[in-house]
Design a protein around this ligand. Sequence first.
Ligand SMILES: Cc1cc2nc3c(=O)[nH]c(=O)nc-3n(C[C@H](O)[C@H](O)[C@H](O)COP(=O)(O)OP(=O)(O)OC[C@H]3O[C@@H](n4cnc5c(N)ncnc54)[C@H](O)[C@@H]3O)c2cc1C
Length: 383
Amino acid sequence: MEKKYPHFTEEHEMLRQSVSEFCEKEVTPFAEEWDEAEAYDINAFRKMGKLGFLGLRAPEEYGGGGSDYWSAVVMFEELVKSGASGLMAAVGVHTEVTMPALMQHANEEQKQKYLVSSIKGESLGALAVTEPEAGSDVASMLTTAVADGDDYIINGNKIFITNGARADWIIVATKTDKDAGYGGITEFIIDTDTPGFEVSRKLDKAGLRSSDTAELFFTDVRVPKENILGELNKGFFQIMSNFQPERLVIAIGAYAAAERALEIAIDYAKERMQFGKPVSRHQHNAFKIAELATKIAASKELTYRAADMYNRGLDCLQETSMAKWYTTEVANEVVYEAMGLMGGYGYMKEYPLERAWRDMRIQSIVGGTTEIQKLIITRTLGL
Ligand SMILES: Cc1cc2nc3c(=O)[nH]c(=O)nc-3n(C[C@H](O)[C@H](O)[C@H](O)COP(=O)(O)OP(=O)(O)OC[C@H]3O[C@@H](n4cnc5c(N)ncnc54)[C@H](O)[C@@H]3O)c2cc1C
C-alpha cells in the first residue's frame, strides 16, 4: 500500500523513520493505557520537543528546524499510526494551531518567551475561542477585555478547549469593542498562572480521551497590553488566517487514521472464515473495501493538494475546506465500515477499531464543522 510521493525528499523520509522509531518505543505501547487514564504522559510531549519534532517548520533562529510543510505531514502521518489520537490532538493544537499564530502575529518578545519554549517542549499552548453560546458563530463571543490604564481586564468563559487543563499559556479571543462585530475581537496571550484564570472543568468526552478538553473561566484577569497577540481588534481575522494549518492537520489525521483502520479490517477479513471462505472474499465485502480504499486515496490527494498550496504560500482557503470536510466525513465512514467488517469483535475494546471509531467522530466538528467548511466553499465560489 506504501506509495512514494514526489513531495517527500530523502530528508523527509529520514524524519519519517525517526518519528516512527520514537512512536514505536515511546508512544504505541502506552496508547491504550493513556486512553484509559484519560491523560497522555506529558513526558512524551517533552521528548518530542527535545527530538526537534515540535518545531520542524519553525524558524531556526527560535530553535526550529526551518523545514517545509511536508515535514509536518510526515510527522503527523507517523504519529497517527501510533494509535495515540489524544497525543496527536494535543500536539496538533500545539504545533499547528498555537505556534502558527505565534509565528505569524507575535512580537519579538512574545516569540522569545512562548515560541522558543514551545519548540523545546518546555511549555504547552492552547487556543481558546469557543464559548458556551458562541461556537461556529465566532463573532458572537461574550468574553470581554476592557482597558484599564496600561492593562486589560478579562472576564468570561470558554469551553471545549484542547490542552486547556494542562496548558502553560493560552491564546484567548476576547471582545474589545462590543459593537464592532468581527472588527471588535482581540487575542491575548495569558499565562495560566495569572490570578483569576481557572480551569473549571476537565470535560468527559466520547473519544480522544487522553487529550484534555476543558472549560475555562476568566474572572477579572488583569494582563498588560503587551500581552495582546497581533493587533487590537484584528483578532477575528488573525484567527481566520490561522485556520488553514489547523484544518490541514485534522485532514492529515483523518486520512492517516482511515488508512490504519482499513488495514486492520483487511487483515482481519482475510483471516476470518465464514460460509467456508474468508470474509474478504465475499464480493460485497471486497467491493466495500475497494470503495473505501478509493475514497481514502481521493481524500489524501485532496489534502496533499491543499498542503502543497499552503507550503508554497498560496491562498488555499477553498482547497483546505474541501480537504477538511471530505476527508473527515470519509474517515468517519471508513472507521464505521471497518468496524462492521470485523463483526462483533470490532465493537470490543480489545480491538483498536472501537477507539478509532470514537476518536474519529469529533474530526468533522472541530476546527469548523462540515457545514461551516461547505459555507466557506460556497463563498469562494461566489454563491
Ligand atoms: C474535543 C473538542 C476539542 C475542541 N478544541 C477546541 C479548541 O482547542 N479551541 C476552541 O476554541 N474550540 C475547540 N472546540 C470547539 C469546536 O471548534 C466547536 O465545537 C465547533 O466549532 C462547533 O461549535 P459548536 O459546538 O458550538 O456547534 P454549533 O456552532 O452550535 O453548531 C451546531 C450545529 O449547527 C451547524 N451550524 C452552525 N452554524 C451553521 C450555519 N451557518 N449553516 C449550517 N449549519 C450550521 C453546525 O455545523 C453543527 O452541526 C473543540 C470541541 C471539541 C468537542
